[in-house]
Design a binder for this molecule. Structure first.
Ligand code: PMP
Length: 362
């Protein structure tokens, strides 16, 4: 007997609606196209590096500053290491950024259709959000966001994903600059989780804009979702704030294996180029096949496509595919509940999907 267990919880935790990740079931011969993982394995050089790292030094804590990895990232992107912060997946980096920059008196500006974790971080840290509707084509309304940021009402900053999730639609750099100029006194965070699949990166703007943060992950384009490595680039005064949060939370977010694997993956540019090209080529072929089956396919610059069918309910389609061991993602959310988000698999996986859809659609 006693108080209900939630009676022990802090009030904010009781009110939280945590993020629900896509399912990771153990089903034989599953075609898993629901969480935007890369269908190809990581670089063999990354596997070697992880193996070597596992053979010595695990009794010691890793470098709390992750210097080698930050230097590799800085070198790859023409930055210096004071402009790079790394974390345990970009989700952790995003959480620290929300904590470090957006706890302000005014609300944070977000598109209404975006990565759903942003609202969870905002709830966790007590940050009010103001949602800016995407337009009828599900494109981010940059003019409206910029106008709102410039209004007398004030804002805590702006967060967008580019390309956006779960639509896959990208914004050109000029539109990112429009947001940066409209919001000079607050941070504009651009989450580029999917940018390597055809988007335009804002990294070249880091040196120009003191309010820009660009978040990246190795989970998608470097096939390392299981290693948990993300990073953020920005001018050193922003990186310093993130480091203050990290050093008040967990001094060692990246273990020795993750750092070693990430450095090797970043340095193996040839492997990176070949797998991302394979994903992009497969996406174009899959998009045409889906259109032939009667789907509307939004223009994607990501490793997934966002599609809807005029005659078939999306939740029903997702359930029917699941029965055939093909997993895709459906969001039971206003405005997008008739869409399916389909991650780009190998060519074989995409053929299995198309076969299954042909059966389901009849
Ligand atoms: N940002 C976006 C837009 C995402 O879709 C994801 C993946 N769910 C992440 C960040 C987080 O990626 P990770 O933590 O694996 O780096």
């Amino acid at each position: 007997m006693g108080a209900p267990k939630s009676g022990f919880w802090s009030p904010r935790i009781a009110a939280l609606q945590p993020y629900v990740p896509g399912e990771q079931p153990r089903i034989d011969n599953l075609v898993k196209l629901n969480t935007n993982e890369n269908p190809y394995p990581p670089s063999p050089l990354a596997i070697d590096a992880i193996q070597r790292a596992s053979e010595s030094g695990l009794e010691r804590y890793p470098d709390p500053t992750s210097m080698a990895l930050r230097e590799a990232i800085a070198h790859r992107h023409g930055l210096n290491r004071q402009q790079v912060f790394v974390g345990n997946g970009s989700d952790e980096v995003l959480a620290h950024a929300f904590f470090a920059f957006f706890q302000q008196a005014d609300p944070l500006l977000l598109p209404d259709i975006t990565y759903s974790f942003y609202k969870v971080y905002a709830q966790l840290y007590g940050i009010a959000c103001e949602l800016q509707p995407v337009d009828d084509d599900l494109r981010i309304d940059v003019d409206a966001l910029a106008a709102r940021a410039q209004s007398v009402d004030g804002c805590a900053g702006i967060v967008i994903a580019n390309p956006n999730a779960p639509t896959g639609i990208g914004l050109p750099l000029k539109r990112i600059e429009q947001l940066l100029m409209a919001c000079p006194h607050r941070v504009v965070l651009v989450d580029e989780a999917y940018v390597d699949f055809g988007g335009e990166s804002a990294l070249p703007l880091v040196a120009l804009y003191p309010n820009l943060l660009v978040v990246r992950t190795l989970s998608k384009s470097h096939s390392l979702a299981g290693l948990r490595v993300g990073f953020v680039c920005g001018q050193s005064h922003l990186i310093e704030a993130l480091t203050r949060v990290k050093d008040s939370f967990n001094s060692y977010p990246l273990d020795r294996l993750a750092s070693a694997g990430a450095v090797a993956a970043i340095e193996d540019e040839r492997y990176f180029e070949s797998t991302r090209k394979a994903v992009m080529d497969t996406r174009e072929g899959l998009s045409l096949q889906l259109e032939d089956l009667g789907f509307e396919v939004l223009p994607s610059q990501a490793n997934f496509v966002f599609v809807r069918h005029a005659d078939h309910d999306a939740a029903m389609l997702a359930a029917a595919l699941r029965e055939r061991a093909v997993l895709v993602r459906h969001f039971a959310q206003p405005r997008i509940d008739q869409y399916l988000r389909i991650s780009i698999g190998t060519r074989d996986q995409c053929s299995t999907l198309i076969d299954a859809l042909q059966t389901v659609l009849g």
